[in-house]
Design a protein around this ligand. Structure first.
Ligand SMILES: Cc1cc2nc3c(=O)[nH]c(=O)nc-3n(C[C@H](O)[C@H](O)[C@H](O)COP(=O)(O)OP(=O)(O)OC[C@H]3O[C@@H](n4cnc5c(N)ncnc54)[C@H](O)[C@@H]3O)c2cc1C
Length: 803
């Protein structure tokens, strides 16, 4: 084994091998993979090898497509067969809701270039005669599903990497990792040490243990997973290979394995494996079978596919594999550790392994993953994702693997975990809560405790009219919203303005003012949107998206401020309340001697204001598009402030409102939001944020690329639509059609209660910028006429928020 390498990849499962191959492909040859046993000896070797393109996140779906299309290339380079069987796949719907869900998946597939088709039960049964038609109402056909040989794929990656210059060392365990001052690492192994510039933790079942070597508790947990293989079925003799089939209602998947069928299930009562630590002596091992546990699923499966029930069972496999709390991989650099990368929590290694390897290698080599991988970025989890939280969420996710997640559905596991001081008060006011980074926040308010539950649906829910009433109050009188779930940073010190000016695209506002700003990466793409609030010369309060706090911290570390400038993530140290609506000023003025008139406290001002006895940071800004204020306090004051506002609000018709109403109102105003309209695949001019990019202020990260985009105009445009919807609004990821062709995708949608129209925001090609007619948006499989509106649907001049 060499003693120096540019990169040491720890782990020779399918993921580590893919990372190794992609590093060599990206041009880094001096790379070493260290595997404690033989390649595949973790969770990879006993996998069922199934692969499919569909994923809830379209960006992850793209990487799955990439993975499946990669196998041919791998076989050619390595000479090693991947054992590919592209049989095509059927997803069977047993209910109308499921068929709607499949229609939505098919619709989403349109702009991803997927060739998906909804077919009738008869057609499905013709393609897969083993099914009992009685239990199904329709199906989705995907021609590029199938399965591969897990061993063959991993070997092919490793061989192709070795051909590209990489070294693979087997039977050698990494026992410790020591950081050097220069950011490089000493990798301590059973066979000696290696000095490496970068480490990749692709430890799979042991990713937690490898993380712990550097003080990191990764949110991953292994679950036991069982599948069985039947004896040969006479029905399959002489037939062409059966399709890969998912039966959502039965919560099972099945495919042909030689002359029999393989049948696996994600049972509801799934069992975690080694919840605290993974034994090092678990090598190429399986777990004892527990057919009792999966008996309910098997019963359904045998009813849905009778021939499988008639055949004997040849083999049962029970093996563990890992999941992150939301079921998507954990990929990327770790904040706070230099040159330490992870590629773990990959639950579908044969659909996702290639995409994970590609993204990570590009990130390491080019400094950017080259794709929008927010959905699998390890930075989407913060300190709140503890071991026990992860355990609860992973079990929930596993049990729901084949269940529908409705757009308005909130999941119950690990809740409530994080609550703010006003939680009990909001609860008493019949708030229906949502979970955001483990934090409870009010989505909407029901009139009575008995009504404070939302029915999950693809259509407008029982919340609809209550959300409407909240919007009406904000439009006519005043509304009160808790905003603690926004992200907050505080930047202090002598060089604050210079540093912020360097990392943000807009000019830092003068003291007492607020400025909105995109944050760009070097490629000029959007990696954040911030509200900069200048408290003093040397103190700027930043408001942003809380879910991206770790992501931003990692970026701020990469563009570290000079000595003397301190950047502090405030998490829940500051919590907030927002008052919005035409009576909000009068209400707030009754609580303070500070002059809040428009002259003294104009739109976009920011200052310290005492409300009653409560010292606050007080900004005149609101995401609702109304006259409004965002008020920040340290957490011990929040209850007092809340009580004060509620009391004073009585005579001003103050009504509580929640996140649903806020979302509807920001869409009416065409205000974008992070992870929806603003993501690293869009540039600021494409996203309509060009007016917040100050190219004249001097250099800043992404300036050159932004200038280029301004000059070229970019490729896309964020567009706003009024949709001729029925009782279902767009919710995101629906295709946008123009003149009979799919030209774009929806990023957000809602019913705009103030304008009484169904609205959607989404991206279209810039070449269609001048068009307002001829658009359609596909909602639950139906193409709905959509009128593009050039100006915001509500108060396009912005006079209400400036009044
Ligand atoms: C029963 C079953 C069925 C499955 N079916 C499918 C399927 O149909 N389709 C699909 O896509 N996926 C399936 N999976 C999941 C799939 O197996 C995983 O997604 C995949 O194996 C993850 O690969 P990995 O490389 O991340 O992890 P692993 O395979 O666990 O690899 C990690 C490797 O790191 C090594 N390692 C760890 N720590 C160290 C150390 N300190 N020093 C040196 N080496 C170390 C380990 O020995 C191991 O080889 C299935 C899993 C199971 C259990």
């Amino acid at each position: 084994m060499r003693s120096d390498a540019r990169v040491v990849v720890i782990g020779g499962g399918v993921v580590g091998a893919s990372v190794l191959y992609h590093l060599t492909k990206a041009g880094w040859k001096d790379v070493l993979l260290i595997e404690r046993g033989e390649l595949t000896c973790g969770s990879t070797w006993h996998a069922a090898g199934g692969m499919h393109t569909i994923n809830g996140d379209p960006n992850v779906a793209k990487l799955q497509q990439y993975t499946i299309n990669l196998y041919k290339e791998l076989e050619e380079i390595s000479g090693q067969s991947c054992g590919m069987h592209i049989t095509g796949g059927l997803m069977l719907a047993g209910t109308r809701d499921r068929l709607d869900w499949l229609r939505m998946a098919k619709a989403r597939g349109r702009y991803l270039g997927m060739d998906l088709e909804i077919i009738s039960v008869d057609e499905a049964a013709r393609l897969f005669p083993l099914m009992n038609k009685r239990h199904f109402v329709g199906a989705l056909l995907d021609p590029i599903e199938g399965h591969v040989d897990p061993y063959g794929v991993t070997q092919a990656y490793a061989k192709a990497a070795q051909i590209g210059g990489a070294e693979v060392v087997r039977q050698t365990r990494v026992v410790d990792l020591k950081a050097r001052r220069d950011g490089s690492w000493d990798v301590i192994t059973e066979a000696g040490n290696v000095h490496a510039e970068h480490i990749v933790n692709a430890g799979g079942l042991w990713a937690r243990e490898v993380g712990r070597m550097v003080g990191l508790e990764l949110p991953v947990l292994a679950m036991e997973h069982q599948y069985l293989i039947t004896e040969d079925l006479p029905q399959l003799k002489g037939q062409k290979e059966q399709l890969h089939v998912i039966d959502f209602e039965g919560e099972i998947y099945t495919r042909q394995e030689r002359g029999g069928m393989l049948l696996g299930t994600y049972e509801r009562a799934g069992v975690p494996w080694s919840p605290l630590r993974t034994p090092w002596d678990f090598t190429q091992s399986l777990l004892p079978n527990d057919l009792e546990r999966i008996a309910p699923s098997l019963e359904v499966g045998f009813e849905h596919f009778p021939a499988l029930g008639e055949a004997g069972i040849r083999k049962v496999v029970n093996g563990p594999f890992t999941f992150a709390p939301d079921g998507n991989p954990l990929v990327g650099p770790i904040r706070g550790l230099r040159n330490f990368w992870v590629a773990c929590g990959v639950m579908a290694g044969f659909s996702q392994g290639g995409g994970v390897g590609l993204a990570l290698s590009q990130w390491m080599v080019e400094g950017d993953p080259g794709a929008d991988i927010w959905g699998m970025d390890v930075a989407r989890y913060g300190d709140w994702a503890t071991l026990v939280y992860t355990n609860a969420k992973v079990r929930e996710n596993y049990s729901r693997r084949f269940r529908i997640r409705f757009p308005n559905e909130e999941l119950p596991a690990a809740r409530p975990l994080r609550t703010t001081p006003v939680y009990e008060r909001l609860h008493a006011a019949h708030a229906v809560f949502g979970d955001y980074c483990g934090l409870e926040h009010a989505l909407w308010f029901a009139p009575t405790a008995a009504e404070a539950t939302e029915q999950v649906t693809f259509h407008r829910s029982n919340a609809h009219r209550h959300v409407g009433a909240e919007c009406e109050a904000v439009e006519r009188t005043a509304g009160l919203l808790e905003i603690s779930n926004y992200g907050k940073f505080e930047v202090t010190g002598a060089g604050t303005e210079e540093w912020l000016s360097r990392v943000m695209a807009n000019r830092v506002p003068r003291v007492g003012r607020i400025a909105l700003t995109p944050m760009l990466n070097e490629r000029g793409k959007l990696i954040g949107d911030f509200t900069m609030c200048r408290v003093t010369e040397e103190r700027v309060f930043l408001i942003c998206t809380y879910a991206a706090e770790t992501y931003y911290r990692r970026w701020f570390e990469r563009h570290a401020p000079p000595a003397g400038v301190r950047v502090r993530a405030c998490a829940m140290e500051y919590v907030g309340l927002s008052v919005a609506g035409p009576l909000s000023r009068t209400l707030l003025q009754s609580l303070t001697h500070t002059d809040l008139s428009d002259t003294a406290c104009p739109f976009l001002s920011f200052r310290q204001v005492d409300l009653g006895m409560v010292p606050t940071l007080f900004g005149r800004i609101s995401f609702t598009g109304e006259l409004g204020y965002e008020i920040w306090v340290t957490s011990e004051y929040q209850r007092a402030l809340y009580d004060l506002l509620i009391e004073a609000g009585r005579e001003h018709g103050l009504k509580l409102f929640g996140g649903r109403a806020l979302n509807a109102m920001r869409i009416e105003k065409s205000f974008g939001s992070w992870a929806r309209e603003y993501r690293p695949i869009y540039g600021p001019y494409e996203a309509g944020l060009g007016r917040f990019v100050d190219l004249g202020k001097g250099d800043f990260v992404g300036r050159a690329a932004a200038l280029e985009e301004k000059q070229s105009g970019g490729a896309l445009r964020l567009a706003m639509f009024t949709v001729d919807a029925d009782d279902a609004d767009a919710s995101g990821d629906e295709p946008i059609w123009h003149d009979g062709k799919v030209v774009g995708w929806v990023t957000s949608g809602a019913f705009g209660h103030r304008v009484q129209r169904s609205l959607a925001l989404g991206y279209i090609p810039r070449t269609l910028e001048a068009q307002t007619e001829g658009f359609e948006i596909e909602i639950i499989g139906e193409r709905r006429p959509a009128q593009r509106t050039v100006r915001a649907a509500y108060d396009p001049d912005g006079s209400r928020m400036r009044s």
